[in-house]
Design a binder for this molecule. Structure first.
Ligand SMILES: N[C@@H](CCC(=O)OP(=O)(O)O)C(=O)O
Length: 447
């Protein structure tokens, strides 16, 4: 069945590429993530210039339709390897970082050469987690991106590999693209990859693997990602696993996330125009699935997966909350019980007091970000602790170990000072949205 879809998609390639010149008045902010394998040949490591040209044409068309576009592009290390004639990625970190600095210039140079042919301006943004450690810096990064978009420029973002070490790395560009999309409150995130969509299993090894069209609750997904596509390609670092993590992160911020084929970049045009039409109809989720199946059968859209952004009432709207949850890297954890968790998440929520903390894991300093983990009762084993959110602490791990379980009035006599009555102020607490499925509609395509 999957094969039939692959064949029918190949046959109708032309129709897709010609079907999307219709401009719509509704415009979106769209983040497009391009992995290394979209830009560099896996075997020869040469730039895939033809594919890059298609990407550039597609994105320029979207710009002319009035959409605001940010590209998150990998490829610096692979371009650097090619430039230096290396066939294997060095194991030494400094060598990889040096290659990234060699390759990034060539990568952005090639993008600029191609976009220039279509009079489209671009900008380069290189970022590490260090650059957004402070909330003011995070907002500055967002303001700069928005300013570029308002100027009609396409920002091209990549991790600043040359300067980032493990502690300050985003890790992979799927995650970076989701953080970028959440940061600028994008409408859509396109994760371009080497498979058409998300399948229930690896379609190359399991003929019964089914395509998944629409996901409204990622937690309900029953897919196997420890597969060929889950592990990522020869030239990239991501795979399907990082795409699912990115999709969860972005959809929590209300960004609908789409997985589609990177070798056919113009599919983005068809998908965007299809979304514009279906949005106007205000369909329920089950109706959207039905409509997608009809549109697929009529070759109006290519096979792809849509992860719906959470609705306004449940999505993370606050920039500060998104930054606490996804901008900062956690350094350790605080264990609390269910009663304390309820107090932290109720409507008029409290800050985290020393009395609420049962245990401390890891070493961290004041002002760092830590995970909050809940155990059912004070006496439950730590192995039952579940990650529920993040907070930025007013005290170090060593200090919290001394004051945990105490009243705030005892902080000064215990530590010799009391900077705050709270371990974490309520403005420095963030919990991801709790999502309940609006239907049983995790849909796999079965025509
Ligand atoms: N920042 C690195 C790529 C990191 C990355 O996530 O790669 P990929 O899995 O190809 O998206 C680079 O430019 O080479």
């Amino acid at each position: 069945m999957v094969e039939n879809h692959l064949k029918s998609t190949a046959k109708t390639k032309k129709i897709y590429s010609n079907s999307c010149t219709m401009a719509s008045s509704k415009t979106y902010t769209i983040v497009v993530k391009l992995g290394t394998s979209s830009l560099v040949d896996e075997v020869t490591r040469e730039p895939r210039i033809a594919n890059m040209s298609l990407i550039v044409e597609t994105i320029s068309k979207l710009r002319r339709q009035g959409h605001k576009i940010v590209i998150v592009s990998s490829g610096a290390i692979a371009f650097g390897m090619k430039r230096m004639g290396l066939s294997k990625k060095p194991s030494k970190l400094a060598a990889v970082q040096a290659l990234a600095s060699i390759g990034q210039g060539r990568l952005i140079g090639l993008f600029d050469d191609l976009f220039r042919q279509l009079d489209q301006r671009i900008a380069q943004i290189l970022i590490t987690r260090n650059d957004i450690m402070d909330f003011t810096q995070y907002r500055n990064a967002r303001n700069t991106l928005n300013e570029l978009l308002d100027m009609g420029v396409i920002p091209i973002v990549n991790e600043n590999d040359t300067l980032s070490v493990a502690e300050i790395k985003f890790g992979d560009n799927d995650t970076l693209s989701a953080i970028t999309a959440g940061m600028i409150h994008a409408d859509y995130l396109f994760l371009m990859t080497d498979v058409q969509c998300l399948y229930t299993d690896n379609p190359r090894s399991n003929p019964d693997a089914e395509p998944i069209l629409l996901v409204d609750k990622i937690d309900d997904l029953a897919v196997k990602t420890d597969t060929e596509s889950g592990a990522g390609s020869q030239v990239g670092t991501g795979g399907m696993t990082t795409k699912l993590i990115a999709a969860e992160l972005a959809t929590n911020a209300g960004v609908t996330t789409i997985i589609t084929l990177s070798s056919q970049p113009y599919y983005i045009l068809d998908i965007v125009s299809n979304i514009q039409t279906s949005e106007d109809k205000h369909l329920t989720i089950d109706e959207q699935i039905k409509q997608m199946k009809i549109d697929l059968a009529a070759n109006k859209i290519p096979l792809h997966t849509r992860f719906l952004g959470l609705p306004r009432d449940t999505q993370i709207k606050s920039d500060r909350k998104f930054w606490l949850l996804h901008g900062l890297k956690t350094k350790g954890a605080l264990i609390i019980d269910q009663g304390c968790f309820n107090a932290l998440t109720r409507k008029n929520r409290a800050g985290l007091l020393p009395a609420g903390v049962i245990d401390v894991i890891g070493n961290f300093h004041e002002s760092e970000c830590v995970s909050i983990k809940v155990i059912p009762t004070r006496h439950s084993p730590l192995s039952e602790a579940i990650d529920v959110g993040h907070c930025r602490v007013n005290y170090s791990s060593a200090e919290i170990k001394l004051i945990k379980g105490l009243q705030s009035s005892q902080i000064e006599s215990t530590l010799g000072f009391a900077d705050s009555e709270y371990i974490a102020h309520r403005d420095n607490l963030a919990f991801p949205p709790v999502v309940t499925s609006s239907s049983d509609s995790l849909a796999s395509l079965a025509i």
